[in-house]
Design a protein around this ligand. Structure first.
Ligand code: ADP
Length: 337
């Protein structure tokens, strides 16, 4: 509804501007044409007056001529006014349609941003409400239980702590997303190999817990980028590779140059992603259907949207290839400057 009003307001605004210009030009044109018609008649009479009198010729009836001149001027004035009126009417009709078209074009990107913002807020509130509801129900049930003892209290607190951890992870992810939306990147000379080793260090415990072996095959490549943001990016991708892999698996990292780009490939041999899901995995809060796999992974579907934003900030690109139950490969490219 708000947007319908905005479309109409902008259409009226555009039309008014066009009509103002058209009317001003019409008035100027009217003045010039009217003066020209008058002067034309004056010149005609002056020329007639200067004609040398011919023998036997009838004298020119200047009085009648003046009368005809007045009539012609009135007629021309009326025609001129009519023509300018219809011209402006046509401009009004065309500019109204044109303005509506351009108003839609102007406001469409803003409408899309607002829609995605709305969707984001409702998804975020839903995710925040779920752990809160779980905690509330557990606490209410425990308070009603007259035989509530110490061991049950410990169980309750442990479960509450789990939900609090989930809330903490979610708010951290939301905060990061907001930070990277606003962030101005400070570009330093970065050694990609160093960044990837740091990212591996960040996830090594989780990988060890699942007995997943991580191999890095790299060469010295430097790009311009933000050290913290890039470490965050590769940590997210590696964390996913571990999360969505079975135990006793492996992950291969390769860093190489191709033409004017630096390529980082992170390949896992885990559960893979359905082809139809691939276009959506970078959307906020999007998670592939978890029921199709034995791997139960926690998450909110925010990791890859943060990763994508970091790649955008570095003018890079990300491609995903994946096969169900065979694994996935994420290839990130950065321009070499
Ligand atoms: P999260 O992992 O928290 O759910 P992400 O935004 O990091 O959120 O990922 C979105 C979805 O993409 C995941 O839910 C998962 O279905 C899919 N995904 C991402 N990385 C992988 C991977 N390496 N293997 C299989 N699926 C993946």
């Amino acid at each position: 509804m708000t947007f319908k009003f905005a479309y109409i307001k902008l259409t009226i605004f555009y039309t008014l501007i066009i009509m103002l210009i058209s009317i001003v030009f019409s008035l100027i044109l009217y003045q010039i044409s009217f003066a020209e018609i008058n002067q034309g008649f004056d010149r005609q009479i002056d020329k007639l007056r200067l004609l040398p009198p011919k023998e036997n010729s009838i004298p020119i009836p200047f009085k009648e001529f003046e009368q005809i001149r007045q009539e012609q001027i009135k007629l021309s004035e009326k025609n001129l006014k009519n023509n300018l009126f219809y011209f402006n009417l046509t401009i009004l009709v065309i500019s109204s349609f044109g303005s509506y078209f351009f108003a839609r074009k102007t406001l469409e990107p803003i409408r899309k941003i607002m829609d995605s913002q709305k969707l984001f807020t409702s998804d975020a509130s839903h995710e925040l409400r779920t752990p809160l509801s779980v905690m509330k129900t557990e606490i209410e049930v425990s308070l009603r239980d007259k035989n509530f003892d110490l061991s049950q209290a410990k169980k309750l607190l442990t479960s509450n702590l789990e939900e609090i951890n989930k809330l903490e992870n979610l708010s951290n992810a939301l905060l990061k997303l907001a930070q990277y939306e606003e962030k101005e990147i400070k570009f330093d000379q970065i050694n990609l190999d160093k960044i990837l080793h740091q990212a591996v260090k960040n996830v090594i415990k989780t990988a060890d817990n699942k007995n997943i072996n991580i191999k890095i095959n790299s060469q010295l490549i430097e790009i311009k980028g933000d050290q913290d943001a890039l470490t965050e990016l590769f940590t997210i991708i590696l964390d996913n590779s571990i999360k969505y892999s079975h135990t006793n698996s492996k992950i291969k990292i390769q860093i190489k140059k191709k033409k004017n780009s630096a390529l980082v490939s992170i390949k896992d041999y885990g559960m893979g992603i359905k082809n139809s899901d691939i276009p959506y995995i970078f959307n906020r809060f999007y998670r592939s259907d978890p029921s199709r796999s034995k791997i139960k992974a926690n998450g909110y579907g925010l990791g890859l949207s943060i990763a994508k934003r970091i790649i955008e900030l570095h003018k890079g690109n990300i491609k995903v290839t994946s096969q169900l139950e065979k694994g996935s490969e994420f290839i990130i490219s950065f321009p070499l400057i």
